[in-house]
Every structure is written in C-alpha cells, then in structure tokens.
Design a protein around this ligand. Sequence first.
Ligand SMILES: [Zn+2]
Length: 182
Amino acid sequence: MKKQLVIVVTLLLILLLIRRVFGTTITNITRLLPRHATKTFPSRNKSQIEQIVVHHTAGAENQTPKQVATYHVGPNHVCDSGCPGILYHYYITRSGKIYQVNELETIAWHLAGQNTRSVGVVLAGNYDNYPATRVQLKALNKTIKAIERKVGRSLELTTHRGECPGCTQCPGDYLQAQIASV
Ligand SMILES: [Zn+2]
C-alpha cells in the first residue's frame, strides 16, 4: 500500500514538472502571417532590447493575429502603403493563448522613436471597455518571463501610453491599471 502511494505521488510530481516546463506554450507563427510584398523591417541585436511595451488591439475580442497582420500589411494609420508585417512581437488572446508574431531581432514599429529598444506585446481586445481576463494577465506574465529568458536579463515593463502620454489611449484604462499588478 505504501509503495503504491509513493508511485502515485511520484507520478503526480512528474506531471506537475511537465506542466511547469511545457506550460508556457508560446506558438511562433512569425512565418505564417501575411507580410508586405516588398518591404521588410530593419533588424537589431537582442542586446539592444531594454523594455517591454504593452498594447491592446482596440478591436474585437476574438480578432486573430492574422487579421491584425492583414490590416498592418495593407494601407493603414501607420504606413500609407502598408507596413512590412504585423507591428508587434507577441500576441495574447482573450483565452490566454500566446503567439510570437515577430522574431525579437526584428524592429517592429509599435512605438514611435523607441522601436529599436522595445518589444511589443499586444493583448487582443479593447481595454477601455472591459478588463483583461485573469488567464490573459497570467499569459502576459509568462510572456514577459520568456522574453527576459531570451535576452538574458530583466527588462523594464511599460505601456504604449506610459511611453507616449497624451498621444494614445493604448492599452486602455482597464489594462493600464491592471499592468501594475502583473
Ligand atoms: Zn499601442
């Protein structure tokens, strides 16, 4: 009986360990997203990264990375004739799924004047109207840790509005307040 208990406890511990190691599932869809036919983003070295900037899509809750990429690649408010690709590095859905949408070495244009030093993380939804979900904030936390692991040091956490006061509402009143607790 005692031996069986030891086996069960050991199996549970192994399961917990597997969950811990593989729990941070970040799906890299960088190569699967629409890209501009001729334009490409400039590149950087990971050592140039200093901060993580949180954004919201300000769109529908169920908007997909592909839909946002399609919008960014076409003529839009940032690039008259379309941008090279999606303008963020990570995309977090309402259900907490994490997608990498650009390599960290790519300088994506999500924060005027500070793109070379910044990683852009966007949460799907409009956080002027409702708060981010608990799983979404958990996913944001995991994403931050994963980015810091990749660059090999801790980074500053900020928001679009935090870096550009008065020029944008992004990432929305609710998320702006929630970031403080991440
Ligand atoms: Zn933004």
